[in-house]
Design a protein around this ligand. Sequence first.
Ligand SMILES: *Cc1c(COP(=O)(O)O)cnc(C)c1O
Length: 373
Amino acid sequence: MQSLSTFLPPERTLMGPGPSDVNPRILNAMARPTLGHLDRLFVELMDATKSLLQYAFKTENALTMPISAPGSAGMEACFVNLLEPGDKALVCINGVFGMRMVENVERCGAEAITVSNAWGTQTDLNAVEDALKANPDIKVLAFVHAETSTGVRNEAKLLCELGKKYDCLTIVDAVTSLGGVELDVDCWNIDAIYSGSQKCLSCVPGISPVSFSDRAVNVIQNRKTKVQSWFLDMNLIVGYWGQGAKRAYHHTAPINSMYAMYEALLILKEEGLENAWERHALGHQKLASGLNELGLELTVDAAYRLPQLNVVKIPDGIDDAAVRKQLLEEFNLEIGAGLGEHAGKVWRIGLMGYACKPRNIDHCLAALKAVLK
Ligand SMILES: *Cc1c(COP(=O)(O)O)cnc(C)c1O
């Protein structure tokens, strides 16, 4: 980047763990005139966005809205609103994002009880049930639906059934799952869920949709202590995003990013949620068979692989960083590196939202073939 001149980024193909390629329709929506954050027309857009989010999450939860910050803020919003000092939360860990949940629990002054499973495997339901039985005072059961660090899909529906059976509130990380794989907030009885704009919704980063069940709202409204975070206190945010025409200033929403979020959700609605899930499944099949032909191995068991995040074993003798650098510089293609204990061992190839299409898959396979030759 040259100093003191307009920044003109190249057009990359983003096939990593997010951000994913942004649909040009969404970038165009962002370039429209900025309205005031209490403008009647902006309030109408907020309401339309909330109902599109209810569609995407499959929920009738009244408290469903985008948080004006990235997925990590959605995560924090769920934990700080539901947990008070001294509470107990059971956190399932099988990758980086489960570990971050523990950080959130502890910073709330609550106690984290953990069930850990090896990276690349699913959270073990029996171990979760044992922990719930052993600790009858657990208030929250938290887990990651789509573990982006490992490419594993956890059994969200069954984990929520356990949560219900043992009378816990459930917090679900759906940052990478929303729009990519089946997710049904109401049927699965999820109490608090957060997602992100830049994964399977193919929107610009920086927005985090959340939804809270009426049961969760009741808990939030009847806390003994104030929510630890002023910015993320849902009791205050509803004054701006809540029901009815009367809205009061809480913070200045990122207006143009909200145009983008609305457009992204509209695109999802036009395609149809189930069709989007199907497109990700088909894209994954095409990519997997192409990788197979190149002699590359997917590391996650096919039964619980995420179609939108494909973890590939780096062949022996191949320089991880050099390959990714060449893909970026010669093919304008970004794929993801391994995280944590997977660093240097795997690549993570994202097929998220707009990026999940045959042209991108062909480009990725051809580029890998050329670079690995
Ligand atoms: C990306 C991601 C997050 C964090 O989202 P940010 O927008 O980067 O803050 C949280 N959880 C999972 C599973 C993710 O993939």
